[in-house]
Design a protein around this ligand. Sequence first.
Ligand code: SAM
Length: 341
Amino acid sequence: MAAVGNSSRTAAEGTARVLGDRFGRRFPYLRLSLTEACNFRCGYCLPDGYQADGRPRFLEVDEIVRLVRAFAALGMHKIRLTGGEPTLRRDLGQIIDAVARVPGIDKVAITTNGTLLPRRLPGWRAAGLTALNVSMDSLQRERFHAITGHDRLPEILQGIDLAQALRFESIKLNVVLLRGLNDEELPQWLVFLRDRPVSVRFIELMRTGDNEAYFQRHHLRAEQMQAQLLAAGWTERPRAADAGPAREYTHPDHRGSVGIIAPYARDFCRGCNRLRVTARGDLRLCLFGESGVPLRPLLQSDADHDELLERITTQLGLKAAGHGLHQGRTGLVPHLASIGG
Ligand code: SAM
């Protein structure tokens, strides 16, 4: 069975107990997918758009609250809402409010393509959203359109300005590195970061069940970007013992920072600090795992709380040391929208 041991979190983050596994990793962080649906058509994820498959509906608010209460009881303090595109849920404000009220949860983050930010962000902030990740694969409008299938960059940039005005604790921009499509934009990003206190995360393209040809054409190792940053005077921030898998770089002349997420790096899984639950309530121990454990049957009544804790901790005992991406094993995931990227 997985341990529920004392956390290695800093004093500022509290002394709550945090879930841990047999490899000494701690899991203060849950990624919860709210939907598999997405309104974008990113070439590496859903190039033909989302196709509904008629299977059971996504978790409802009361199920989400029971789930989050269970993870909070096991020491998790941060929830990231993702998808699919989580902002497509009409009840998103209600979900944020309910999750933010769960005792022990002090960070409620979202990963979004950002198209609804200008209209909806103030309401979500007021409901308890504390951190924002926005996917933005290019700073050039035409390219952004070509990669995502949508000409929406101007309003996404507007949403990021709004997030700064609303004083979010953390604003991160996700850029999937794509050979031949957006791989020479680093200088432009560094200018963007000069006066904006945001973090740009360059994410190495991952191979999934559906994207093999795209992966072969556009995959690029992130190491070359690290070399460019070092040459431009950026330095790597020392990594905290419980830091996630990103390597962070800063520069004294820039208010923003750069993160590199390199899932094909050998030590990547050593920094794993998150678990995932799919939009239909399956616990996934790894983005690229071969199995999912249904939690939904235990989310129908408060009476199942203890059994739910037991199921989660027992499963965590089975979490593997690393993913099988190097061996070409992509697990159950046809694309990241299906699990919550
Ligand atoms: N729809 C939301 C969004 O656009 O941010 C959340 C879900 S999306 C699956 C989460 C993140 O995963 C996005 O930043 C997306 O670019 C990234 N992503 C999707 N497929 C990927 C892949 N094969 N490799 C690397 N990143 C991927």
